[in-house]
Design a protein around this ligand. Structure first.
Ligand SMILES: Nc1nc2c(c(=O)[nH]1)N[C@H]1C(S)=C(S)[C@@H](COP(=O)(O)OP(=O)(O)OC[C@H]3O[C@@H](n4cnc5c(=O)[nH]c(N)nc54)[C@H](O)[C@@H]3O)O[C@H]1N2
Ligand SMILES: Nc1nc2c(c(=O)[nH]1)N[C@H]1C(S)=C(S)[C@@H](COP(=O)(O)OP(=O)(O)OC[C@H]3O[C@@H](n4cnc5c(=O)[nH]c(N)nc54)[C@H](O)[C@@H]3O)O[C@H]1N2
Ligand code: SF4
Ligand SMILES: [Mo]
Length: 759
């Protein structure tokens, strides 16, 4: 100890990268007599244009995350089964040898990549993982998307032509919000970027609006709701089909002129939904036919209304069809693309919905390649995460022998964890880019650490494409990198260089220059870009001023050529990175504005509401009317405000208090199965079983039990000491790798048939 008292020296502003809300944080940094800097306080930034001071309990823990002694600061290499710290040079040498060896022996098809959720929140990872796939020369890409939102993308792809043309509820102006399978009071929202989602809901209710929540659990969001519909898990597509059926049947289907002018397939949808009357699906959904009819009428009668669904709708057998039927109901009630309804964001940095010529495009398709073992179609450039284990374990040409994980913990996040553990043990070589030695990275031959969030810059490239307002917010790193620590993008770029055979001594600027060059060329060749026809080299030179490189340089290029950009001189007041730097609380480009027909990228230039791929799934849905009812007991998940998937459990302030990884059981089921509150139960599915403490609660529908995911810590070979003390159990031991939504390859994580007995 120096004895010097810390003096507050400066305030830094930083967007929180932990969840999709993207709250602005105000961070106080103190400097001691030796010049060392420490974060002394984190609170919500009241001047943030979007979050206006809102923060949840996780936001302030970026400091604990940064200071966590278990967070990796040096690379690890596995020697004789034990991870030891090594220098970066040594780590890269092992990577070069291991990767080179795998390519030589098995070819590039044997290389696979798994990208986890935090890569979607990391500017560096967003920009550079594209280069990783090209550099590795493999098509074996897996990600957390197929245990999450992929169905939403597939539905958007078919209907609007682009998988990221995802409508979001216009929360701040709507009069009626129907939420299915989302719990924003815990999650703060997803595929709907809205800091203080709860506050926005309460503001809606205060102005006379109504919230209806469909969830087998009386979640915190359901508690806040004006009406809670405890649905049978996995049956949301049936409920939505019945609502749409009612709208047609009762002459309430009125898409509105602004939509009708661009709409195709309405009659096909009407015809295909005829069998799905409320009466036909009442038993399967567990919701009265009269309630379904009333909700349909209320949606139609509300001045404005928005239907919004998340995890409970996507991670089910009918994920894509449910996502599509949400769009169908939004269209039929006249609420698509109008204020107060479901609208499309206009991303300031641009994206697939602002590129490639407005109003028409090549459209969306899946199946450019199939998985080797199960023959599942490629979707959005990837294969189902649930297929990874069998692709590693099944011999033959193209067998995966080498895996790279970037910011992912598939061992706790993807189905059939026991099978995946066998698979990971069987790999020839594995590299993980991560900040912890956890359930996944413990299998890696090399773990390459990334700097903490506070040591990195931030721009929510992906999630601002789903925001409820058009905003842009850039934040620089709050603290400097540790000596010798490369930035996250540099770690990925180095891996690319090695994979390309350029060697570990090659300069990461090679990859950086390649990427910015190809981005510039694609932008100047894009007729809808503000820089169409310009000279790509000239633009690269312009964004390279001030020594800018890496993700910042590409971000500047995207901002300046994006829909609000300065167009490199065309509009001096337009968006640039410098303008964002001058506005550290963010820049607000206003409420969402209608984007039809410009957003469409279908070959027809129309909203393909009756896309044959989607209508084609209704036969399977009809068959589920009987099968869903046969299931005696099913498992669903849940989230807690103080947790974040699998990796925030090493932070004492977030995990203290009563254990959270408990099995929620309804009192009737507890009595029937002989389960007591606090006692242990065995939960068994087709693929595995776990033991968890029982919590008897009437907040869950009978016939349904709930266990949160992301737990199951304390395994040998991991180093997360706080998490190990509150290990919990891994619910994905129970998830069946074979159960998925066939249209998107997304796993069934909700509605898993289980048998529960006293342990
Ligand atoms: N605190 C916290 N915030 C997070 C995360 C976190 O782990 N913790 N994770 C982040 C991530 S990666 C994501 S994708 C988002 C997810 O955001 P949300 O989708 O809002 O997440 P959940 O809280 O899991 O809400 C899903 C709800 O669906 C319900 N459900 C389960 N099965 C069904 C069903 O068949 N039908 C219906 N209608 N409901 C069902 C569950 O009971 C649960 O209440 O949250 C993000 N934010
Ligand atoms: N049963 C069940 N399973 C689920 C879900 C569910 O609701 N139920 N939800 C699913 C959902 S929505 C998601 S998104 C997935 C998440 O699945 P994953 O993305 O595989 O898992 P995470 O728990 O987010 O793990 C993130 C990993 O990244 C590391 N990390 C954190 N920050 C960074 C960073 O900035 N850079 C790098 N390189 N690494 C970082 C962490 O240490 C951790 O190892 O889980 C899914 N699994
Ligand atoms: S809601 Fe919490 S975790 Fe999410 S961005 Fe805001 S402060 Fe961070
Ligand atoms: Mo997620």
């Amino acid at each position: 100890m120096t004895g010097a008292t810390a003096q507050p020296t400066r305030i830094a502003l930083r967007t929180c990268p932990l969840c999709e809300a993207g709250c602005g944080l105000e961070i106080t940094v103190a400097r001691d007599a030796d010049g060392a800097e420490t974060v002394t306080r984190i609170r919500g930034d009241r001047d943030d244009v979007f979050s206006k001071g809102f923060i949840c309990p996780k936001g302030s823990t970026l400091r604990q995350l940064h200071e966590d002694p278990d967070r990796l600061r040096r690379p690890l290499v596995k020697r004789d089964g034990v991870h030891v710290e090594v220098s970066w040079d040594e780590a890269w040498a092992v990577v070069e040898h291991g990767l080179g060896d795998a390519i030589e022996r098995h070819g590039r098809d044997a290389l696979a990549v798994y990208l986890g959720n935090p890569t979607a929140h990391s500017l560096g990872a967003m920009m550079f993982t594209r280069a990783l796939m090209t550099g590795l020369g493999t098509r074996q890409r897996y990600s957390a998307s197929t245990v999450d939102q992929m169905p939403r993308h597939v539905a958007a792809g078919y209907v609007f032509g682009s998988p990221v043309a995802v409508p979001v509820p216009d929360l701040d102006r709507t009069d009626f919000l129907l939420v299915l399978g989302a719990n924003p009071y815990a999650s703060n929202g997803s595929l709907c970027t809205a800091p203080d989602f709860p506050g926005r809901i309460e503001a809606m209710q205060a102005r006379g609006g109504k919230l209806v929540v469909v969830d087998p659990r009386r979640s915190r969001t359901a508690e806040q709701a004006d009406e809670w519909l405890p649905i049978r898990p996995g049956s949301d597509a049936l409920l939505l089909a019945a609502i749409a059926n009612t709208l047609f049947d009762e002459g309430l289907a009125e898409p509105g002129l602004h939509v009708l002018a661009h709409l195709a397939g309405l009659d096909d949808v009407r015809g295909a939904l005829v069998p799905f009357t409320p009466e036909a699906v009442a038993t399967a959904t567990g919701i009265d036919a009269s309630t379904m009819r009333r909700v349909a009428r209320e949606l139609a009668a509300a001045p404005t209304a928005a239907v919004y669904g998340r995890i409970g709708t996507t991670t089910t057998e009918f994920g894509t069809t449910a996502s599509w039927l949400i769009d169908v109901v939004n269209v039929l009630t006249g609420n698509l693309d109008r204020p107060g309804g479901s609208m499309f964001a206009m991303p300031v940095a641009g994206g697939p919905t602002t590129r490639g010529g407005p109003g028409r495009g090549p459209g969306f398709r899946i199946g450019r390649g199939h998985s080797r073992v199960s023959g599942h179609p490629e979707v959005a450039g990837e294969f189902p995460a649930a297929d990874l284990a069998e692709e590693i374990l099944t011999p033959g040409a193209g067998q995966v022998r080498c895996l790279i994980t970037v910011g992912g913990n598939p061992m706790l996040s993807t189905p059939n964890s026991n099978q995946l553990a066998d698979a990971f043990s069987d790999l020839d070589f594995m590299v993980s880019i991560d900040m912890y030695l956890n359930e996944t990275t413990k299998h890696a031959d090399v773990v390459l650490p990334v700097p903490s969030s506070l040591q990195r810059s931030h721009y929510d490239m992906l999630l601002l494409q789903f925001a409820v307002r058009n905003v842009a917010n850039y934040s620089g790193a709050v603290l400097p990198l540790d000596p010798g620590q490369p930035d996250e993008w540099e770690v990925i770029a180095k891996l690319v260089l090695i994979a390309q055979g350029l060697g570990r001594d090659a300069d990461v600027s090679i990859v950086d220059d390649q990427l910015v060059g190809s981005l510039a060329r694609s932008l100047v060749g894009d007729t809808s870009s503000a820089v169409y026809g310009r000279d790509a080299d000239e633009l690269v030179a312009a964004v390279s001023e001030h020594g800018r490189r890496g993700p910042e340089r590409m971000l500047d290029l995207m901002l300046r050529s994006g829909p609000f950009g300065d167009g490199f001189g065309a509009d001096p007041d337009g968006a640039t990175l410098d303008a964002l730097l001058a506005n550290p609380h963010g820049v607000d480009y206003g409420a969402l504005a209608p984007r039809l027909p410009e957003i469409l990228r279908t070959p027809s230039g129309r909203i393909e509401l009756g896309a044959p791929e989607l209508i084609g799934d209704l036969e399977r849905l009809a068959a589920a009317i009987d099968t869903l009812t046969d299931r005696e007991l099913v498992l669903v998940g849940r989230r807690h405000l103080r947790s974040n998937n699998s990796w925030m459990h090493n932070i004492e302030v977030l995990v203290k208090g009563k254990p959270r990884c408990t099995l929620h059981v309804h009192p009737d089921d507890a009595a029937r199965l002989g389960l007591c509150d606090g006692a242990s139960a065995t939960v068994a599915s087709r693929v595995g079983s776990v033991m968890a403490p029982v919590e008897v609660t009437d907040s869950i529908r009978p016939g349904v039990v709930s266990l949160p995911h992301g737990w199951g810590h304390g395994q040998p070979g991991t180093k997360m000491r706080v998490a190990a003390e509150r290990a919990g159990v891994n619910s994905n031991v129970l998830a069946d790798h074979a159960a998925m939504d066939p249209l998107s390859g997304t796993s069934v994580l909700n509605g898993i048939p289980v048998v529960v007995s006293p342990a």
